[in-house]
Design a protein around this ligand. Sequence first.
Ligand code: SF4
Length: 287
Amino acid sequence: MTAMRGDDVASSSPNGPLWPPDRWISPTVLRNYDMCPHRVRLAYIDAVPEPPGFNLFLSKGRIAHNLLQYSARRISHGQPVHDDGKFLEMAIQRLPPREFPSPAERHAHALEIVRWVRYGLDYLDRNAEYLAIERGNNRPLNVVPGLEPYGLRARPDLILLRTAADGERYVEFVDFKTGKPRDNDLVPVVTRYVSRAMLRRYVPDPTAPRMQFTFLWLDPREAQVIDLSVDFCETVWESATEAIRNLAAEREWAARPSILCRYCPYNDNACTAWQRSAQESGGVTAL
Ligand code: SF4
């Protein structure tokens, strides 16, 4: 995708680079931008590499996702899913032994992954059509008059075509989550927007069927179902397009230190905003 940007935008705020026009904008980018613009610049524009290191929580989440995707593929091909013993074996293999003080601790974390995977699999509808498994969809979006459209992208874990008890066919997007439940309207609405062309391959009118987005919180075993009605999507869409316009006009990329900075991969790398902020306020840095 190529695009020309207007000189008026570039010259109005001369501090830093513009968002690269050939870079996809995802809900994750928008969420990170809302939390800390400087982090988005470091990650997506300056391409500062993340410091190496093992993050147990992220690693367990990735393993759970991999096992769930693998199992969803088996279900979509009419094959049985593995039992918990096999999942435990697969989870242990994927947890590097050097990162754990003892085999027992590694085993305990693997068991937790199996518990997450089991909940995810228990939720999944074996009779659904599995339209997409971990596949990204894109769609252009024209938010700034006079400029080429930006590209929006989302990648739900699953897209299912399900049949309700009364025979109604409906679409369900599923996203497996391993953190604590929290509200997020942006991901569901952007996912619906970018999936239209893909859905057209399966339903004649992709705007016709009822759609829902389900965040499946694996640890607390909670299904957060969001009805993607037109009214709901239109309301969220206004704030989504405003966020994209702000990102498109951004030149300052100010750091926004917060308690969440301790999770930022750039804490030990390029950004000292949090330390500076703590010193300026007379506080003690938490890093
Ligand atoms: S350390 Fe904090 S302020 Fe600095 S880039 Fe990361 S999130 Fe932003």
